[in-house]
Design a protein around this ligand. Structure first.
Ligand code: PLP
Length: 378
């Protein structure tokens, strides 16, 4: 299997697994919230993980709220972070987990605004300025992702946060896809909220974090037992927290080297595809996320053609989440037609990807597409 779907999920790094394993053995029993030595040991391990998460994103350990993943972190930021009557401003290309909060916000009476993007998927600071100018001094929360999970476009976060600050608005960013290859420092950028996901950064599934700094103080949907200073109830899963911490430490150590390596591989893949596939187009900004290449093959039914490539894991650009036959909201927002969206593919390169795999994937795809009739229908 050639795995080129690292934007959907990354493999667990063996060093992360090594860090987690001691906390999964029977001898490591101890509720991290318990007041005895076994509990304190687990609490200390979680505290170290908080420091590792905070260090990756330029925050303080106390700002880190562990969640079940980025879906919950995004929900906690929006549904739990907006003061009564506050306005919510988001970009049109946010992840579905964030956009799914908007109907509930509207139901609660919050004004909601969606920022358009240009043909590369980029939000402009002027559009944000316009959206916040109309808010007449009411509190506001802006959420714009650091890197898009479909086309890899990086947003001008510092400039957007600057506009948000001028209007007294809180700025949150879903940085799930960015942190392994792009520096995201909340202090330097002026962000008050940031979402992370373990399984997009070589950590475990089932854990993520909302990093929340004043004045963002999320109120959880469930009252629960007051853990994490009342910001997210529930007993903390020690092995998962330790795993996320280790993944953040490794991301910090490897970020620049991986960004360089993946950018080189991405360009190699693009050139190999461009030379073989007439009519191919590349989507997103020229220098977006290092590990992401998003292409359109006009007139091709990408999902159907992938059935002939069962040994290659790539994502189709047609469905914004699995099971949906609808064209992706991101591709429509950058001006693709529904037909072009169905002819789109996303390659997600990662730590394990090799030049040989990239070449082989390009060859295999070109060979399959050279045949006018899909193999599986013959
Ligand atoms: N945000 C972005 C940009 C993502 O790519 C994803 C995963 O697809 C999520 C949020 C949701 O993350 P999780 O799987 O941790 O809930």
């Amino acid at each position: 299997m050639i795995y080129l779907d690292h934007l959907a999920s990354t493999p667990l790094d063996p060093l992360v697994l090594d860090a987690m394993l001691p906390w999964m053995r029977p001898g490591s029993v101890g509720n991290p919230h318990a007041a005895h030595a076994a509990g304190w040991r687990a609490a200390d391990a979680i505290e170290e993980a908080r420091q590792q998460v905070a260090a990756l994103v330029g925050a303080q350990p106390g700002d880190v709220v562990f969640t079940s993943g980025a879906t919950e972190a995004n929900m906690l930021a929006l549904l739990g972070g907006l003061p009564p009557g506050g306005r919510c401003v988001v970009s049109a290309v946010e992840h579905p987990s964030l956009l799914a909060c908007l109907p509930e916000l509207r139901r609660r009476g919050h004004p909601v605004e969606m920022l358009p993007v240009d043909g590369a998927g980029c939000v402009t600071p002027d559009d944000l300025d316009d959206a916040l100018s109309g808010c007449g001094g009411e509190p506001a929360l802006v959420s714009v992702m650091a890197a898009n999970n479909e086309i890899g476009t990086l947003q001008p976060l510092a400039a957007l946060a600057d506009v948000a600050a001028r209007h007294g608005a809180v700025m949150h960013s879903d940085a799930v896809q960015a942190v392994t290859t792009v520096p995201v420092d909340m202090t330097a950028l002026g962000l008050q909220g940031l979402s992370l996901s373990g399984h997009k950064m070589y950590g475990p599934m089932g854990i993520g974090a909302l990093v929340a700094r004043a004045p963002l103080r999320p109120v959880p949907a469930a009252p629960g037992g007051g853990q994490q200073r009342g910001r997210r109830p529930g007993t903390l899963p020690t092995p998962l927290c330790v795993g996320l911490g280790a993944a953040c430490r490794l991301a910090r150590e490897r970020r620049d080297e991986q960004a360089l390596r993946l950018r080189t591989l991405r360009e190699r893949l693009w050139l190999a595809l461009r030379d073989r596939l007439p009519g191919i187009r590349r989507n997103g900004a020229e220098d977006g996320l290092a590990g992401c290449l998003h292409i359109t093959l006009p007139g091709v039914d990408a999902a159907d053609r992938l059935l002939d490539l069962p040994d290659i894991a790539v994502a189709t650009g047609s469905a914004c989440h699995s099971g949906s036959g609808e064209p992706s909201h991101v591709l429509l927002a950058i001006g693709l037609t529904a037909g072009d969206a169905h002819g789109s593919l996303r390659f997600g390169l990662g730590h394990g990807t090799t030049a040989e795999e990239v070449d082989r994937a390009a060859d295999r795809l070109a060979a399959v597409l050279a045949d006018p009739e899909p193999l599986h229908r013959k």
